[in-house]
Design a protein around this ligand. Structure first.
Ligand code: MG
Length: 466
C-alpha cells in the first residue's frame, strides 16, 4: 500500500563503505576490481567526481556526515578515531540525518559500523535511529594476536552486545540480511536505511566464493562482497516494486590506505589519514529513477556534509533551529542538473587546517612529519590546479600569487570558525563533543568464553593501525 506521502518522500538507502578508495570501483577506473552492480547504479544515476568525505579518518568523517557539519564544528577535532570504551562521542544535542527524517515520519535503521561513540548515550538509538545492528567501531579493534590488551569485538543489536568476536567472513551477509528484512517490512511510512559496511577496512576476512572470483586478492574479494550487497539490495527493491521511489546513495568514509593489500586512490595523491586528495575524495553515486538523470556525471564540489541539507530538502524534513550547519543542499543538482553550490572545502587533520580548496584550486599549508616524538606539522605552502592536475604533482604556488591570496582569505574564514592549532588560533564556532563519566568497554575478555575465532591472524597484522 502506498499513500501519497510515501510517493513524495522517497525511501533512502545510504551505503557508506569503510576506507574504499577513489580508484577502487570499475566505474571510477579500477582495472583490478569488478563491480557490475555498482557500475549499473552509476549508469542509472549520477556519479560525482569531486565528492569529499568530511575527514580523512573514520569517526570524524561519520559524525560530520550524519550532522551536516565539519567535524571541527561538532568538537570532533580530537575524536578522529574513537576507541572502545572512550569517554567521547557524538553530543546528544546534535541533530542527525536519522533524527530529522524521523521527525517527518521515517522508519530509521543503521546496519554496520557506527563509530560515533560506544557508551550508552552515544549509541545510534540515542541519535535518531529506531534500530541498530552492527559492530560499533572498526573491525580491527577487537582482540588480535598483536593486541591482546583489547576487549573482544562486539556485535550489537540496539544497545545490547549479542556476540563477541563474530566471524568476520559472515558479517556482510548478516548486514545484508538485516537490511533486506528491514526493507521488506510491511509499512506505510518511508524508510531510511544506513548501511555502513565493514569492508574494506583491514583485517580483510572474506568469504571463499568472493576470494575465488577476485583478481585482486582479499581486497578484491571484499570489494566484490560490497558489490554483491548492492546486487541483493537492488533485487529486493525490484521485488518490492519500490525502486522508483527509493533514493540510493553510495559512498565511502575516507580514502584507501593504498598499501599493498590492494586498495587504490588512483589517480589521486595520498592516502587515508592525509589531506591530499586521496585521503578525502571518494566515490559517490546517487540514483533515484525518474528524478535523477541516468548516466550523468557531476564535476562540482560536493561533500558528505551536504547530505543532511539535501535529504532535508528532498523529504520536507526541518533543518535544526538555532544550530549552524555546514551542509549545502544538492537537491537542485540532483533533480535539475544544476551546478553544485559548494565552492570551498576545508581540509583539516585533527585541529590543523592543512589545505583549502576554492573552485579548481587547492592550497596546502602544511603536512605532518612523523618522528619518534610523534607528528610535527610543518611544510611550505603548495598550490595545485585540480582541474588540470588532479594528482597534485605540479606545485604552481610561485606562479599565481593572486590565487594564493584568494585561497588564504577562504582559509581565514575557516580559521575564524574552527581555529587552527598549528597557528595557535582558537575557533569561535566550535561546539563540544559528547563526554561521559566512567566509560566502560562494551565487552570484557573472559578466558572461559567460547570464542569461535579468538584471535585474528592475518599475515599483515603487525602493520595494522586503528
Ligand atoms: Mg574509514
Amino acid at each position: 500500500m502506498k499513500n501519497s506521502r510515501e510517493r513524495r518522500q522517497p525511501n533512502i538507502i545510504l551505503i557508506n563503505c569503510d576506507d574504499l578508495g577513489y580508484g577502487d570501483l570499475a566505474c571510477y577506473g579500477s582495472g583490478r576490481n569488478d563491480t557490475p552492480h555498482l557500475d549499473q547504479l552509476a549508469a542509472e544515476g549520477v556519479r560525482f567526481t569531486d565528492f569529499y568525505a568530511a575527514s580523512p579518518v573514520c569517526s570524524a568523517s561519520r559524525a560530520a556526515m550524519l550532522t551536516g557539519c565539519y567535524s571541527q564544528r561538532i568538537g570532533f577535532a580530537d575524536c578522529q578515531v574513537l576507541h572502545p570504551g572512550q569517554a567521547q562521542g557524538l553530543n546528544s544535542n546534535e541533530s542527525t540525518i536519522a533524527g530529522q527524517l524521523k521527525r517527518v515520519g521515517y522508519d530509521t535503521k543503521i546496519v554496520g559500523k557506527w563509530h560515533c561513540g560506544d557508551q550508552p548515550e552515544f549509541l545510534p538509538t540515542n541519535h535518531g535511529f529506531d534500530e541498530y545492528f552492527g559492530i560499533p567501531f572498526s573491525n580491527d579493534m577487537g582482540r588480535q594476536v598483536n593486541r591482546l590488551d583489547r576487549p573482544p569485538l562486539p556485535l550489537m543489536r540496539n544497545d545490547e552486545v549479542i556476540q563477541q568476536q563474530p566471524d568476520q567472513r559472515g558479517i556482510t551477509e548478516r548486514y545484508v540480511n538485516e537490511s533486506l528484512q528491514f526493507m521488506r517490512r510491511d509499512r506505510t511510512a518511508p524508510f531510511f536505511l544506513y548501511l555502513a559496511h565493514m569492508y574494506v577496512h583491514v583485517p580483510l576476512f572474506v568469504p571463499k566464493q568472493f576470494l575465488d572470483i577476485s583478481r585482486n586478492g582479499a581486497y578484491g574479494g571484499a570489494v566484490a562482497c560490497i558489490d554483491w550487497a548492492m546486487g541483493m539490495i537492488e533485487a529486493e527493491l525490484n521485488r518490492l516494486g519500490i525502486k522508483n521511489e527509493t533514493l540510493v546513495i553510495f559512498t565511502s568514509d575516507n580514502g584507501s590506505r593504498a598499501r599493498d593489500e590492494g586498495g587504490s586512490n588512483a589517480p589521486l595523491r595520498g592516502t587515508k589519514a592525509q589531506t591530499w586528495e586521496g585521503g578525502q575524495r571518494v566515490p559517490c553515486i546517487m540514483r533515484w529513477p525518474g528524478k535523477i538523470a541516468a548516466g550523468t556525471t557531476c564535476e562540482g564540489i560536493a561533500s558528505s556534509i551536504d547530505l543532511f541539507a539535501t535529504l532535508a530538502e528532498l523529504t520536507g524534513a526541518p533543518l535544526p533551529v538555532d544550530t549552524t550547519l555546514d551542509s549545502i543542499s544538492l537537491a537542485d543538482t540532483l533533480l535539475n542538473g544544476s551546478p553544485t553550490r559548494r565552492n570551498t572545502f576545508a581540509f583539516y587533520r585533527r585541529a590543523d587546517l592543512e589545505a583549502v580548496r576554492k573552485g579548481d584550486w587547492k592550497l596546502h599549508f602544511c603536512k605532518p612529519e612523523w618522528s619518534t616524538e610523534g607528528a610535527v606539522t610543518k611544510g611550505s605552502p603548495e598550490l595545485y590546479n585540480l582541474r588540470k592536475d588532479v594528482g597534485e604533482t605540479n606545485n604552481v604556488y610561485d606562479k599565481h600569487p593572486e590565487i594564493v591570496t584568494e585561497l588564504e582569505m577562504a582559509a581565514e574564514e575557516f580559521r575564524r570558525m574552527f581555529g587552527d592549532r598549528r597557528l595557535n588560533r582558537a575557533g569561535t564556532e566550535i561546539r563540544e563533543a559528547g563526554a561521559c563519566q566512567n566509560p566502560k568497554p562494551l565487552t570484557e575478555y573472559d578466558k572461559n568464553h567460547p570464542y569461535m575465532i579468538a584471535y585474528y591472524d592475518l599475515a599483515d597484522m603487525p602493520t595494522m593501525s586503528g
